[in-house]
Design a protein around this ligand. Structure first.
Ligand code: MIG
Length: 798
C-alpha cells in the first residue's frame, strides 16, 4: 500500500509486506518480509526493543544513549503462531505482529490494548539528501495523554502537538518554541490507567506528532538511520520513568555542594568583583556554595586560558574563595580560536582533531573568540584529548565546568552545515547524524576529565545541549530564558518534563537570563527554584549593569530571598536523599501530578503542581500581586508548610500567597530531615543535631534519609547510611520507628525530632523503652520537640 506519491524531495512511502519466515536467537526474534527485517529483542518482561531494517540489513547496533550497565532479564517469554499474527509474550506483555503488514498490537496479559500501530513501520527514500526517512505511526487510544520529550516549553500533556529534536541555540525562546537545546526522543502515553513509554533511539533530526497532523494518530520519524525503539510498559508512569532511566543510565551522586545555591552572571569580571560578590553573600549571611565564571575570565575567549588583566592570579583567587567556602565553576565552549600561537589550537590542528567539511576543509565559524574550529567529540581519541585539557584547571582549584554553545551554536550560520563530517566512534557520518549528540559528547568528555583529575572528589558539570542519557555525567540548565512571569511557569514545566525524561539534575536561570526581573518576580523564582535540583541565578545584564543577586532588590526582598535560600539549605538532607533515590533507581526527583496520581483523571492535564521527592508538593506563585493560588492536591492528607494546617486531597484548594510564603505542602506522615541554618554545605558538619520534622498521621507512612560524606566515592564501598523511618501512630499515641543500615559516621550526635500536628494532648514520651515527662520546653507553636540520641530506634509520644 502506498499513500503518497514521490515529490522532488521524497519518494513514495513504502510499507512492509507479508512476513515469510521468522527465527529466534536467544531473546532476539527476527521476522522477514521479502525485503525487510524486524528484530524484536525481549529485554525484560516489560521492556521490548523493536528494530526495523527497511533494506534488509541492519546498521551497526550502537548507541550514545544506552547505558552499558543496561541488563537484560528476560524470563518466561516465547512465541505463539496464529493465522493472522505472531504473538510474542512475556509475563507482562503480549506483542502481536500482523503477518500481512507487520503491524503491532501490544496488550497486557488480559488482552487490554496498551498500544497499537496505525501504519506501523514505513519509510521513504530521502531523494534530496540520500538515505531513508524512517517512520512509525500508532493509533491514539481514547483519552490518551502524552508526556516526556525533554525540555520542550509547552503544556505537559503533548496531545495535539508536534515536537522536533534538532538541538538549537534558542536565545530568548518562548512558549512553544521548538526545537530547543535538548534532544530527548522519548515519550509516554497514558490511557485507561495504563502508562507506557517509547524511546526512539535515533540521533538524526526526529519529529514526533501527537495527533496534530492526523487526528487519532501519533507518529514519529527520523531523517535517516533506523527505526529503533524501546517499548516500556508501566502501567505506572513512575515505573516507566525508572525503566527509561535505567536504560539510558543514572548519574553518580554529585558533590553535595552542587545542590547548594549557585550564583552566576555574564560575567563577573574582574577577580575583584568575584571576591566582592562572595563577600556580600557572607556579610549578609545568605547561603551560597558556588560562583560561576562566564566567558570573560578567559584571555580573548580562548578556552583553558585566563585573562591576564582580569584574572592575573586565578589559583590565588580560587584559594581565597575556597577558604570562605566557595567553589568555582568555569565556562568552556566548544569553539577553539583560530590562532597559530594558541596551544589548544596547535594541538588540535596537529592531531587533526577538528571537524571538517565534506570537501576536507576545516569547519570554520565565528563564535565569541572570532573565527573558530570545533573539536570532533564524536571521535573517542578527541574526547580523550579534551578530557586531558582539564588537568590544569583542576590543579588551579576549579571544581566544576559549565559547557555552553554545544548545540553546536555558530554565529550567523546558526549551527554546522549538514555536510560536516564526524567520526561517530569509528563509523564516519555527516552532521545530520551527529548534530544531536555533539553537545552530549562534549559534556561527556568534559565530565570524564573532571572526574579523573578531581578524584577522589566528585565532579560537577553543567551543559546546555545533550541527547538522551546525558544524565549519566552532566546536569543542565534550561538556556536563555527571559525575566517574565510566563517564563517562571516555563521553568517549572521544563524542569518537570526534563525530570521525567531521565534528567532530574536541572534548573533554570533564576530571575531570567534576558531582561530584568523586579523584586517580586525574582523572589517567586527563588521560591520555585528551592525545589529544582539545580538552583542557580544567572543573568546577562552586562551592558545595562543591572544586578541580579538575592540582595539586589532592596532590603525587604533580601530578607525574603534569604529566607528561601535558607530553606533550600535546611532541606538539603531531604533533597540529597531524593537525589540518591534518583541515582540508584532512576526515580525522577520532580514528579508532575499525573505521575503522582495517574488514576485520578483530574491530575492528568495539570502542570503547575509537582512533587519534589516522596513528601513535598509545591507550586509556584504565578502572577504579580497574587493574593491566593488555587491548586489541586492529590489524595491523602497534606500539611501546609508554613502553618501546619491540614488539607484533604483529591480536590482543588485555595491558599493565600503572601510574599513570605509559597504553596508548599508536606505529605502527612512524612519525616523531613533538615540541617540547621548554614552558609555553605561544609558547615553542616558543625552541628551536633540533625533536625527531623515529623508530620503526624494515623496512617502507616515510611520515609527515608540517605547520608554520606557528600563528596568522594566512599559511598560506593559502603560508607553511607540508609535510614528508614516508619510512623505508626494512632489517635492517642504517636510512634516513630527507625531502622539504620550503613557504616558512615555522620558528624551529628543527636536528632532533634519536631512533631507537627499531634491530635492529642501529650504528656510523656518513651525512647527505646525509657519514659520521660514532657515539659514546657518541649512545646513550641503547636510542635513537640524532643532531642534523642542519633541511634534511637523507637520514639513514642502519649
Ligand atoms: O552567546 O557565555 O546560554 O548562559 O551566559 C551567548 C555567554 C553565550 C549563552 C548561555 C549563557 C551565557 C552566554 N552564552
Amino acid at each position: 500500500m502506498q499513500v503518497t506519491t514521490s515529490s522532488g524531495k521524497y519518494s513514495a512511502k513504502h510499507y512492509p509486506d507479508t512476513i515469510r519466515e521468522w527465527k529466534k536467537e536467544g531473546n532476539y526474534f527476527y521476522f522477514y518480509t521479502s525485503e525487510t527485517i524486524l528484530e524484536v529483542r525481549i529485554i525484560s518482561d516489560k521492556i521490548v526493543r523493536f528494530r526495523y531494517a527497511a533494506d534488509g540489513k541492519f546498521q551497526r547496533d550502537f548507541s550514545y544513549a544506552v547505558s552499558d550497565r543496561l541488563e537484560e532479564s528476560p524470563v518466561n517469554f516465547g512465541l505463539r503462531e496464529f493465522e493472522e499474527a505472531f504473538e510474542l509474550y512475556t509475563d507482562a506483555l503480549r506483542v502481536f505482529i500482523a503477518r500481512d503488514d507487520m503491524r503491532l498490537t501490544i496488550t497486557d496479559p488480559d488482552g487490554r490494548i496498551i498500544n497499537q500501530d496505525e501504519m506501523g513501520f514505513h519509510w521513504q527514500y530521502y531523494l534530496q539528501k540520500g538515505g531513508k526517512i524512517v517512520y512509525c505511526s500508532k493509533q491514539i487510544q481514547e483519552g490518551e495523554r502524552f508526556y516526556g520529550m525533554g525540555d520542550k516549553p509547552t503544556d505537559l500533556n503533548l496531545f495535539d502537538k508536534r515536537i522536533e529534536n534538532y538541538g538549537t541555540d534558542a536565545y530568548g525562546y518562548q512558549k512553544d518554541t521548538d526545537p530547543l537545546y535538548r534532544n530527548i526522543p522519548f515519550y509516554y502515553g497514558l490511557h485507561k490507567g495504563m502508562g507506557y513509554g517509547i524511546f526512539f533511539d535515533n540521533t538524526f533530526r526526529t519529529i514526533f506528532d501527537f495527533g496534530k497532523e492526523r487526528e487519532g494518530t501519533t507518529s514519529f520519524w527520523a531523517r535517516g538511520g533506523e527505526m529503533n525503539y524501546y517499548f516500556i510498559y508501566g502501567p505506572e508512569l513512575m515505573k516507566v520513568a525508572e525503566a527509561y532511566t535505567s536504560i539510558t543510565g543514572t548519574p553518580e551522586l554529585p558533590p553535595l555542594w552542587a545542590l547548594g545555591y549557585q550564583q552566576c552572571r555574564w560575567s563577573y569580571y574582574p577577580d575583584k568583583r568575584v571576591k566582592e560578590i562572595a563577600a556580600e553573600f557572607r556579610k549578609r549571611e545568605i547561603p551560597c556554595d558556588v560562583i560561576h565564571l562566564d566567558i570573560d575570565y578567559m584571555e580573548g575567549f580562548r578556552c583553558f586560558t585566563w585573562s591576564k588583566e582580569g584574572f592575573p592570579e586565578p589559583a590565588k583567587m580560587i584559594k581565597e574563595l575556597a577558604d570562605q567556602g566557595f567553589k568555582i565553576v568555569v565556562i568552556i565552549d566548544p569553539g577553539i580560536k583560530v590562532d597559530p600561537e594558541y596551544g589548544i589550537y596547535q594541538q588540535g590542528t596537529q592531531q587533526d582533531y577538528f571537524c571538517k567539511r565534506a570537501d576536507g576543509a576545516l569547519m570554520e565559524g565565528d563564535v565569541w573568540p572570532g573565527k573558530c574550529v570545533f573539536p570532533d567529540y564524536t571521535n573517542p581519541e578527541v574526547r580523550k584529548w579534551w578530557a586531558g585539557l582539564f588537568k590544569e584547571l583542576v590543579e588551579m582549584g576549579v571544581k566544576g565546568v559549565w559547557n555552553d554553545m554545544n548545540e553546536p551554536a555558530v554565529f550567523e550560520m546558526g549551527t554546522f552545515p549538514e555536510d560536516v563530517r564526524h567520526n561517530y566512534d569509528g563509523d564516519a557520518v555527516s552532521h545530520r547524524k551527529a548534530h544531536n549528540i555533539y553537545g552530549h559528547l562534549m559534556s561527556k568528555a568534559t565530565a570524564a576529565g573532571m572526574r579523573k583529575f578531581l578524584m577522589p572528589n566528585r565532579p560537577f558539570v553543567i551543559s546546555r545541549s545533550c541527547y538522551a542519557g546525558a544524565q549519566r555525567w552532566s546536569s543542565l540548565w534550561t538556556g536563555d530564558n527571559v525575566s517574565s512571569w510566563d517564563h517562571l511557569w516555563l521553568a517549572s514545566i521544563q524542569c518537570q518534563r526534563l525530570a521525567i525524561s531521565g534528567i532530574s539534575f536541572a534548573g533554570s536561570d533564576i530571575g531570567g537570563f534576558i531582561g530584568e526581573p523586579d523584586g517580586e518576580l525574582y523572589l517567586r523564582w527563588i521560591q520555585l527554584a528551592v525545589f529544582h535540583p539545580l538552583m542557580r541565578t544567572h543573568s546577562a545584564s552586562n551592558e545595562t549593569g543591572f544586578n541580579q543577586e538575592p540582595f539586589s532588590f532592596g532590603p525587604e526582598f533580601e530578607v525574603l530571598n534569604k529566607k528561601f535560600i535558607q530553606l533550600r539549605y535546611q532541606l538539603l538532607p531531604y533533597i540529597y536523599t531524593t537525589f540518591r533515590q534518583y541515582s540508584k533507581y532512576g526515580t525522577p526527583m520532580l514528579r508532575p501530578l499525573s505521575f503522582v496520581a495517574q488514576h485520578d483523571e483530574k491530575t492528568l492535564d495539570r502542570s503547575h503542581e509537582f512533587m519534589m521527592g516522596d513528601s513535598l508538593l509545591v507550586t509556584h506563585v504565578s502572577e504579580p500581586g497574587m493574593k491566593a493560588k488555587e491548586l489541586y492536591l492529590p489524595e491523602g492528607q497534606w500539611y501546609y508548610y508554613f502553618n501546619d494546617q491540614v488539607y484533604t486531597g483529591a480536590q482543588l484548594i485555595t491558599i493565600p500567597t503572601p510574599l513570605d510564603e509559597m504553596p508548599l505542602f508536606v505529605k502527612a506522615g512524612a519525616v523531613i530531615p533538615n540541617y540547621d541554618k548554614i552558609q555553605y554545605v561544609e558547615q553542616r558538619e558543625l552541628s551536633e543535631e540533625m533536625i527531623l520534622h515529623v508530620y503526624y498521621s494515623d496512617q502507616i507512612v515510611s520515609s527515608s534519609l540517605y547520608e554520606d560524606a557528600g563528596d568522594h566515592y566512599g559511598y560506593k564501598n559502603g560508607s553511607y547510611n540508609d535510614i528508614r523511618f516508619k510512623q505508626t501512630s494512632d489517635k492517642q499515641h504517636f510512634e516513630l520507628r527507625k531502622k539504620f543500615f550503613g557504616q558512615y559516621k555522620a558528624a551529628y550526635k543527636r536528632h532533634n525530632v519536631q512533631v507537627h500536628g499531634l491530635p492529642f494532648k501529650a504528656t510523656q514520651y518513651v525512647v527505646d523503652g525509657k519514659t520521660f515527662k514532657l515539659n514546657n520546653s518541649n512545646f513550641a507553636g503547636g510542635i513537640v520537640k524532643i532531642v534523642v540520641e542519633r541511634n534511637f530506634e523507637t520514639l513514642v509520644i502519649k
